[in-house]
Design a binder for this molecule. Structure first.
Ligand code: SRM
Ligand code: SF4
Length: 561
């Protein structure tokens, strides 16, 4: 669909209503009218089809096996145990029996049939007290916030601020309440004015994250708008603001590329909201609307230039930005196992590519349900698709630990670092854009890399590895030390040279290769790494220092030796 078509659909949708009620009620198809699939996203859901069944259904002249993905709006990924239990029930009752933790700290339900969409959203709002408004669509999405374990006043204030910002940037339309909740009036169930978005909303999705150094788990430089918390005498002084980050690109289109965000200035906590509204409305007014591939803020910023952009922001926000304050990140990864946060215990649990399921002899779903049934502490989804159980006293810690062991959820302690720290996007079978496997292939791919490392005496080396099923980059692969980007079934681009702090983009090392060829290349690189690295030098840094990448970028298409 072209940008102009999407713009027209938004404009004609009467504040995101479209013909959704009619599409939902139509018994002739398991899907929606095409225009309504666009509008549905703003309500937090995507129409998909089961791609494992696509060919067989086509051969039998059947319509695709339409199903829906639902995504929660959960800023900072914070959930109470009773919310977790409600999500667990909803997955069973209305979805495919799994929960999927995402790279933006949301929960996704897959395999929801059309008739189950409304009951599922109703259950989310009424039982889980969680809505899905603006979890997708051309609006501000779920706001990411560092998940810890470093807990401090800084952390708490940042989480609270992000939650307030998420509310303030919601679309105001009452369509959501009308369509899914039969017009039920909730405390803030909207009006028909859209002071921030106007009638065509934003040109494209918009993403905000708050990082609390030294952890950059949100990968703030991959976001349209980033806030890096800055402390003065242990109190929150404000945030360094970054703008124009983004991962997505289109294979073969050199006008699209991943970009790191750039620092814009510094704001105090009470300036965060006006600043965010200023950035959002500049993107609304100056963003490209004709071509969706070029519609993200990163391109708007390039077109406007930083100085004009800053002037426009300051004029709209009504204050001048202070100079950027420096920050220091040490990691973009998660911490696993027990930690103490301000006198309370917290536990970092690894979840395989974020998929909470009871399958292949594992019991993630039952185990986490059993922990939630204790009714203690809080759940915090991390931007690395894992989970933290936080805020436990000593007695509660013992009870949680018992269940973790009983259900075998302490896998993190036995995993090697490559798989433990890896990320993969959902990809097949649900993602319509997937060109290759990601989530389903992650364990096998990680083990292959771990074996290669082992063969070179590097068994416990931590190397950041990510897989995406297509160049859109939902697992933020362009920041990984080693990334595979799907191009076709079993074929991937190999990218190398990110760091483990989310501050350096990797580069294309080889294009559209079969897996065997990729592993051959990695084998040769690991051999050199084992022999030539400096003490504790990370793999990504090694590739740059030795000139393997700088020299190569293009010529790396030939095997680096
Ligand atoms: Fe994403 C589209 C899954 C985080 C960049 N993403 C999609 C869709 C909805 C496919 C579609 O448009 O039909 C995928 C649904 C798959 C499925 O079956 O569930 C999808 N994205 C995901 C999730 C679930 C990946 C995961 O495994 O965790 C993440 C959900 C986040 C959330 O809770 O909101 C997810 N997506 C990201 C990120 C990472 C981030 O936000 O930190 C990125 C890169 C950052 C960025 O936006 O630049 C990302 N997703 C994209 C893009 C490329 C956008 C672009 O600027 O070109 C698309 C395609 C699009 O928008 O047209 C996309
Ligand atoms: Fe789908 Fe591509 Fe995102 Fe993976 S990276 S979830 S394949 S859009």
């Amino acid at each position: 669909m072209t940008g102009e078509e999407v713009e027209r659909i938004k404009k004609d949708s009467r504040r995101l209503r479209g013909t959704l009620p009619e599409s939902l009620a139509d018994p002739a198809s398991g899907g929606l009218a095409e225009t309504d699939t666009v509008i549905l996203k703003f309500h937090g859901s995507y129409q998909q089809d089961d791609r494992d069944l696509r060919a067989a259904r086509q051969a039998a002249f059947l319509e695709p096996a339409w199903q829906f993905m639902i995504r929660t709006r959960t800023p900072g990924g914070v959930l109470s145990p009773s919310q977790w239990l409600a999500l667990d029930r909803i997955a069973e009752r209305h979805g495919n029996g799994t929960l999927r933790l995402t790279t933006r700290q949301a929960v996704q339900f897959h395999g929801v049939l059309k008739g189950e969409l409304k009951p599922a959203i109703q259950a989310l709002v009424r039982e889980a007290k969680i809505d899905t408004i603006a979890a997708c669509g051309d609006v501000n999405r779920t706001i990411s916030v560092s998940a810890g374990p470093e807990a401090s006043a800084l952390h708490r204030e940042t989480h609270a601020l992000a939650a307030r910002l998420s509310e303030a940037l919601l679309p105001r339309t009452r369509a959501y309440f009308e369509i899914w909740l039969d017009g039920e009036r909730l405390p803030d169930s909207g009006s028909e004015e859209e002071p921030i978005y106007g009638e065509t909303y934003l040109p494209r999705k918009f993403k905000i994250a708050f990082a609390v150094p030294p952890r950059n788990d949100v990968e703030v430089l991959a976001q349209d708008l980033g806030f890096i918390a800055c402390a003065e005498r242990d109190a929150l002084a404000g945030f360094t603001v970054t703008v124009g980050g983004g991962m997505g690109m289109t294979a073969g289109d050199p006008r699209t590329y991943p970009l790191l965000a750039r620092p814009l200035g510094f704001v105090r906590p009470d300036q965060v909201l006006p600043l965010a509204v200023a950035v959002l409305t500049v993107q609304r007014d100056f963003g490209e609307r004709g071509e969706r591939k070029r519609a993200r803020l990163k391109y708007t910023l390039e077109t406007m230039g930083m100085e004009r952009f800053r002037a426009e922001i300051e004029a709209r926000a009504g204050f001048a930005l202070e100079p950027v304050r420096p920050w220091r990140f040490t990691t973009s990864g998660d911490a696993f196992g027990w930690a103490r946060e301000e006198g309370r215990f917290s536990l970092g649990l690894w979840v395989p590519a974020g998929r909470v399921a009871d399958r292949d002899g594992t019991a993630w779903r039952s185990g986490l349900r059993a922990i939630a049934e204790l009714g203690v502490g809080h759940f915090r989804i991390t931007p690395n698709q894992n989970l933290r159980i936080v805020g436990l006293n000593d007695q509660e810690r013992v009870a949680v630990e018992r269940r973790v062991v009983a259900f075998g959820l302490d896998v993190h302690a036995r995993l090697r670092p490559v798989l433990r720290d890896a990320l993969a996007c959902v990809a097949l079978p649900s993602c319509p854009l997937a060109m290759a496997e990601a989530e389903r292939a992650l364990p096998a791919l990680s083990v292959r890399i771990e074996r290669l490392l082992e063969a070179h005496g590097l068994a416990d080396e931590a190397i950041g590895f990510r897989v995406s099923g297509c160049p859109n980059g939902c697992s933020r692969p362009y920041l990984a030390e080693i990334a595979l980007i799907g191009r076709a079934p079993g074929r991937y681009d190999l990218r190398l040279g990110g760091d483990r702090r989310g501050e350096r983009l990797n580069v294309l090392a080889a294009e559209n290769l079969e897996l065997e060829a990729i592993f051959e290349r990695l084998d040769r690189l690991f051999a050199r790494f084992a022999q030539e690295r400096q003490p504790d030098e990370p793999f990504g840094d090694f590739l740059w220092r030795t000139g393997i990448l700088a020299a190569a970028n293009d010529s790396l298409q030939g095997a680096p030796r």
